[in-house]
Ligand binder design. Structure first.
Ligand code: GAR
Length: 197
């Protein structure tokens, strides 16, 4: 069985991309990252890709969403992915993109299903905790079937506790460590699943 081909889309720092790259190079994940695309030319994720010898593509915002997504889909399709991982990808993808890769796109989000979709989820969970509205938060990896934001069939989720001694920074560190592990576990599951004929 060959290695699964992963394309990672990342808008930011790329710490989750790095977790994937490390798992691949450590032999913990039977996959290879065949390309990284960012919508920000300065994204740390592109540096992390280059340092790992992975093709890094910057595709900054242009035109209409439909036009952007069509070009993005072409660039990604050229890389021949088995799976497309949204690891801190902060642009909503339309069906112009998603329709080209049915059942292949997964997203990482730093909240539990049905909670805090969109941006700054960790910060919003922290505020809700301080207001006594929640006692814990979490993160999830889910399929992206359509244009819904941070919603779709859950592949894996993990509760993350919040402690009275926390501040936003300590919660953020716990969240990110949990995400790195959860994303690799989800990919291990998907990359080793046997095809049943
Ligand atoms: C992660 O916390 C990820 O869950 C989040 O962006 C961060 C990227 O960090 N994604 C979303 O909020 C999606 N709505 P990274 O660039 O260090 O991997």
């Amino acid at each position: 069985v060959g290695l699964k081909r992963l394309v990672v889309l990342a808008s930011g720092r790329g710490s989750n991309l790095q977790a994937i790259l490390d798992a691949c190079s450590d032999g913990k994940l039977p996959a290879e990252v065949v390309g990284v695309v960012s919508d920000h030319a300065q994204a740390g994720a592109l540096d992390k890709a280059r340092r790992a010898g992975v093709p890094a593509v910057a595709l900054e915002k242009f035109g209409t969403r439909a036009e952007y997504d069509a070009v993005l889909a072409d660039r990604v399709a050229q890389l021949g992915p088995d799976l497309i991982v949204l690891a801190g990808w902060m642009r909503i993808l339309s069906m112009n993109f998603l329709g080209r890769f049915p059942g292949q796109v997964l997203n990482l989000h730093p909240a539990l299903p049905g909670t805090f979709p969109g941006v700054r989820a960790i910060e919003r969970a922290w505020t809700a905790y301080q207001a006594g509205e929640i006692g814990e938060t979490g993160c999830m990896v889910h399929w992206v079937p359509d244009e819904g934001v941070d919603v779709g069939p859950v592949i894996r989720q993990q509760v993350v506790p919040i402690f009275p001694s926390d501040d936003l920074a300590s919660l953020g560190r716990r969240m990110h460590a949990t995400e790195h592990a959860l994303l690799v576990e989800a990919l291990q599951q998907l990359c080793t699943e046997k095809v049943v004929s």
